[in-house]
Design a protein around this ligand. Structure first.
Ligand code: UDX
Ligand code: ADP
Length: 465
């Protein structure tokens, strides 16, 4: 079966970039991305491509090339479903915040709504592709809904997890390590798998396109994220030991990373991992393991999240203790709010928790992030535990200029590894700060010796300097 029209439900960090690449690489396929969020779709359609709602290096060029040719953004979900042979589901699957599985299980209400909508609209056979990260066996739930509420048409369900990382989405999509496609091994299932293989084969070598059964594909995504997050928690655990013993975590990471069995990636000690996937997927894995009575498996993986929470708390505590055990009414400047560089995404960013702890200690927080605005920062803090953001709004401010943000600060905390921070005029920043002036480098990006030579009292995660 040759696919000529596809749609994607969900115009977010996954759906948007993925569909932009498919549209670019497959000019013969009409790609429509739909979302209920009118504002978001309007931003995707903004004549100035610099205003698209997601910041990713290279993405606006892709959109400029394909939009209006074979890439369309729309709020007409039913129409797009009706007109497509293949439907990607790329809606959000946050951790449940209520009821059974609260704080652990994935909330599948958006997925279920999509499945019901597809079932009620479809008038001919469709291939439905899970693109969101989902708990194992979600495909089965989707299939049940489609088969039992539909108009008698046939649905094939595929799992095609996305492995792109934010900030490098375009290059990850252009050159994926592998593409994974799970499906049924019935003749119809194989036909659906092949149809999706043929799409990717337009730019990915066939040997890098793996096909598996549905459950292997679904579980591989959770496993990949759990392994990656585990590496970060492992190096962060060592960072605490390094600080106590006089070892330097960067040196340790380099030494172990040169062992080809270990490898050098994902060994950067930090204030803690963030992002929409790692914590959510691990908690989801923990929930699945517990639901099968596998308590040791669940506890093993849960420790990765516990370690991450500890790292964020420890970073905040270190600031308080170093500033003579009180930060009340002191200005502390956060450089960076996004969960990593080169993205405007702030979901689960370590900065949010650290700000929460410091606001609870009555600090004044000033934030500068090249891509995040104040409205988002306040929204992020509204979900937190320690504080009610309404009581603390006067204690948090965001700046458009880093030098303004740092003026009169007692301390600077580097929360995101934005490249531009490295080339700031640190002497100028130092001169405008309260003395003694402190820097807490949560990302290990500054040159300790140079910074100390200016006069700063400097500390970085994982070293005892
Ligand atoms: C992750 C996976 O990498 C990706 O394959 C999956 O599809 C979605 O989840 P993402 O969350 O976009 O991608 O970013 P990633 O680069 O994995 O970083 C996650 C967090 O870990 C960030 O906060 C990052 O700063 C942190 N991190 C990463 C470290 O602290 N140290 C490291 O060495 C690597
Ligand atoms: P991700 O990082 O997984 O892409 P996002 O939250 O950025 O997650 O994007 C998910 C998008 O899915 C949101 O823009 C949301 O409005 C959209 N969405 C959720 N449910 C539906 C639905 N039933 N129909 C259309 N769009 C939906």
């Amino acid at each position: 079966m040759k696919i000529t029209s596809i749609c994607c439900i969900g115009a977010g960090y996954v759906g948007g970039p993925t569909m932009a690449i498919i549209a670019q690489k497959c000019p013969d396929i009409k790609v429509t991305v739909v979302d209920l969020n009118i504002e978001r779709i309007a931003a995707w359609n903004d004549p100035d491509v610099n205003n698209i709602p997601i910041y990713e290096p290279g993405l606006s060029d892709l959109v400029a090339e394909a939009r209006g040719r074979n890439l369309f953004f729309s709020t007409e979900v039913d129409k797009a479903i009706d007109e497509s042979q293949m439907i990607f589901i790329s809606v959000n699957t946050p951790t449940k915040t209520y009821g059974l599985g609260k704080g652990m299980a994935a909330d599948l209400k958006y997925i279920e709504l999509c499945a019901r909508q597809i079932a009620s609209v479809a008038k001919d056979n469709k291939i439905v592709v899970e693109k969101s990260t989902l708990p194992v066996r979600t495909a089965e739930a989707i299939k049940n809904i489609l088969d039992n509420t539909g108009n008698g048409v046939q649905f094939q369900i595929l799992s095609n997890p996305e492995f792109l990382a934010e900030g490098t989405a375009v290059q990850d999509l252009q050159n994926p390590d592998r593409v994974l496609i799970g499906g049924n091994n019935s003749p119809e299932g194989m036909e659906a798998i092949n149809a999706l293989v043929e799409i990717y084969a337009n730019w990915v070598a066939k040997e890098n396109i793996l096909t598996t059964n549905l459950w292997s594909s679904e579980l591989s995504k959770l496993t990949a994220n759990a392994f990656l997050a585990q590496r970060v928690s492992s190096i962060n655990a060592m960072s605490e030991l390094c600080e106590k013993t006089g070892a330097d975590v960067n040196e340790v990471a380099k030494a172990i990373g040169m062992d080809s069995r270990i490898g050098s990636k994902f060994l950067k000690a930090s204030v803690g991992f963030g992002g929409s996937c790692f914590q959510k997927d691990i908690l989801n894995l923990v929930y699945i393991a517990k639901s099968y009575g596998l308590n040791e498996v669940a506890d093993y993986w849960e420790q990765v999240v516990i370690m991450n929470d500890h790292q964020k708390r420890r970073f905040a505590n270190n600031i308080v203790q170093t500033l003579y055990n009180t930060v009340a009414d002191k200005k502390i400047t956060f450089l960076g709010w996004a969960f990593k560089k080169d993205t405007n995404d702030t979901r689960e960013s370590a900065a949010i928790n650290v700000a929460d702890y410091l606001l609870f200690e009555q600090a004044n927080i000033a934030v500068f992030d090249p891509k995040v605005r104040k409205k988002q920062i306040i929204a992020d803090l509204s979900y937190l535990n320690e504080i009610d953001v309404n009581d603390f709004k006067k204690n948090i401010d965001a700046f458009e200029d880093p030098y303004e943000a740092c003026k009169n600060a007692h301390a600077i905390a580097i929360m995101t590894e934005w490249d531009e921070f490295k080339s700031y005029d640190w002497k100028r920043i130092y001169d405008a700060m309260q003395k003694p002036a402190f820097i807490f480098d949560g990302r290990n990006i500054l040159d300790a010796e140079k910074i100390k030579a200016i006069g700063f009292i400097f500390s970085a995660v994982g070293s005892s300097n």
